[in-house]
Design a protein around this ligand. Sequence first.
Ligand code: ADP
Ligand code: MG
Length: 433
Amino acid sequence: MKQQTQLWQLIHKRLSTELTPMSMMTWFDDTQVLLCTQNKLILCAPTFKMEHITARYIPAIKRALNDIFSEEFEVEVVDNPDTFDRQQEEQKVKPSNLFSQYTFSNFVVGKSNEFAHAAALSVTISPATENNPLFLHGDSGLGKTHLLYAMINKVKAERPDSVVFAVTAEQFTNEIITAIRTGTTKEFRDRYRPADMLFVDDIQFIGGKDYAMEEFFNTFNELYMSNHHLVFTSDRPPREIPALTDRLRSRFESGLVVDIQPPDFETRVAIIQKKAASCGIILSDDISYFIAENITLNVRQLEGAVKKIAAYHQLLGKPLSMETAQSAISDLFSENPGTNPSSDLIIDKVCHFFNVEIDDLLSSSKRANIVYARQTAIYLVRSLMDISLSQIGTIFRRDHTTVMHSLDQVEKRKASSENVQKELDTITRNIRG
Ligand code: ADP
Ligand code: MG
């Protein structure tokens, strides 16, 4: 049950970036996860909400799940927990694991990721002897999670006896918090001890979470000292993770740190063709080039475009023409909340980047890291949304002079350090999705 509550919290958080607080409260207040299998989620809500959620929000819930698991899910909402047969649903689960489709063979290698690919492969060939820990970093949607699970799947297939743990840093942190609350930290530590290999996705999340960092450091040391392999992914290099303790940073840097860059044109075309084949369609060179020219920074979006074209073709019978490709891509961008971001989305991404809580950002806290994040958020709202200074003031619960002051501060910081522009660019990319 606890897991289902946690899952609902995750889904809720993702949905909140798309839907207004009012819709969230009206429709999702008393929704619960009844069952989550590898490919199906069943929610339970009171009858009238069930009807409305089913009619309006299934696609948004599916997107949230896809975001969390990088998997397509079926979603069903019921109003009575007794109306579905849990056993029958559970039996429908495919035996493979959630990320089984992420393999080395369907990872397209180009200049931008060949080093990361080689490093990942080396870990599966001689675990614990080379490149330990391996720290893979790169912007969102460039294949970090894919490589992580390609390693896990290969190790599991070739050495079924080895004990492999995969966890997101967010799960790890939530588990620690629960362990502290329920007085079960010893059980928590014991759980990770048998791991031969530990894979942690999105480790940047741990920055600033003091308990989690402390506990993580201990887990890390214990496994590392006993010659077990550790692999991390992150959306930025260790030195750019805010509020990371020095000793953890130096641990992360002590093995091999490798980055993944956005793919070049040829690699993008190869990825498009591979994804098309796996969707059961063949795209002409013209169409592949067109997509590769229009989507340059994010493989997840490339994949989204191909899936959309395939759906147009297979479900609506549209031809695999340039016109179809054009409307699929423009659909993709207009669906993406990041093209016209809301202040909620901007604030959420800023908080995520700096590892601060939204409540703190909107509070009157004068703590340096909060002030810094708040000023950045104000600056980004100003530059990405078409609204007045006093409207910005209302959003941030500040007067108009504070808003002006924040904009000034960020301009000054930009002038004095290149990193500030980089930071703004990264957050903007995260907002644009
Ligand atoms: P990240 O974890 O870096 O945000 P993911 O690993 O989730 O990115 O990748 C996003 C999507 O793009 C996944 O569906 C993944 O399979 C696909 N992808 C990324 N890079 C490649 C690649 N080089 N070849 C094939 N697919 C890729
Ligand atoms: Mg990822």
